[in-house]
Design a protein around this ligand. Sequence first.
Ligand code: IMP
Length: 422
Amino acid sequence: MAVDLLLGLQWGDEGKGKIVDVLTTSYDIIARFQGGPNAGHTLEFEGNKHVLHTIPSGIFHPKAINLIGNGVVIDPVIFKKEIDNLAPYKINFSEKLLISKKAHLILPTHRLLDAASEAAKGKAKIGSTLKGIGPTYMDKTGRNGIRVGDVLSPDWEEKYKRLTQKHLRMLESYNSSIEYDLDSMEATFSESIKALSKFKLVDSEQYLFEAQKKGKNILAEGAQGSLLDVDFGTYPFVTSSTTTAAGACTGLGVAPNKIKKVFGIFKAYTTRVGSGPFPTELFDKDGETMGRVGNEFGATTGRSRRCGWIDLVALKYSIQINGVTQLMMMKGDVLSGFERIKICTAYKTETGIMDYFPYDINSRIEPIYDEIPGWEEDLTKMSKVSQFPAKFQAYINYLEEALETPIKIVSVGPDRKQTIFR
Ligand code: IMP
């Protein structure tokens, strides 16, 4: 029996969905603990490509139970679309998908508030996915939110109206020019709420507690990345939830001493969507090549991702905050063909050289790079570590030594099969 934890160590889009899907065979329960439909977890297998936003990435496996935890925020409209899109797979949702009654709901007006708030920020905008994430978490901590369990309550309508009216008054104060048809949004919302209420709505912390007592193996699935964490990320350019390890405890009701392995996922380079600091960002041909070869476009918004070299200062920080016990390196294949590979080992700041993640990450920070020779070989057809070119192996060894944590999985392409265990 164990609760293991899997999370992203950069600014999201590390490939968590793919790895959860690969690891699911070893787990009885996959439990998503934070975030909402701002996430886009892409899975590829048997020629199919699928993007999940709210549903945990273990859903395609015949046995695993998938649980949406209390720390997640759910947009019933997007959730219903996700469920409808899964129709060809004939998944038995009544057995395989559980939703915490304590998860908060994203209302149509949360999305409007997100849009108005971003518009009001002008140049300082966060680059939110505009899915209503920030306003929903604000209502949660402000103790105004509506939870999944409320859909079963006789005063659901009243709760909904009260909160929506409050939002409409807030919207007026933004004086924003965003256009919307609330009646039509509400019609779709109401249909989606009906659909949501037919799912198994549970006291998920109790379910997980019982499951642990029965010896079940649980994998907690994170969304976004550690550098988007509301406390430890590049604030204010972050999301609104705890994306780091502690979020699994609060987002599922699992006690800290029950967590065993912590899998940290990172890309062989770095990407970021939205605004905010990114010390190793490239504005040249190398960055453009990473974006093109790595197909770096947001799975949720379609926006192109900013690309740059790997940043060991940031990675060490994430490993430390999360207590990562093993690493998984994604997209090594994308770096094939670069003559030299750069590795950021420290930052040059106004106050000197820093080898840990500073409070103020600003544009005046200059990355200090080490360089190693690149490799030419295409890695995407490789299936064993012994096939790796020596220079790629040297890159892995360099990172492993610098990060003082073993790299247990190397991914060389988007498909399940392109996953190599070390
Ligand atoms: P929000 O969570 O939609 O409010 O967005 C806040 C910031 O987090 C923006 O910079 C988004 O681009 C970023 N973000 C949110 N979700 C993801 C994700 O799943 N992957 C990468 N970036 C994300």
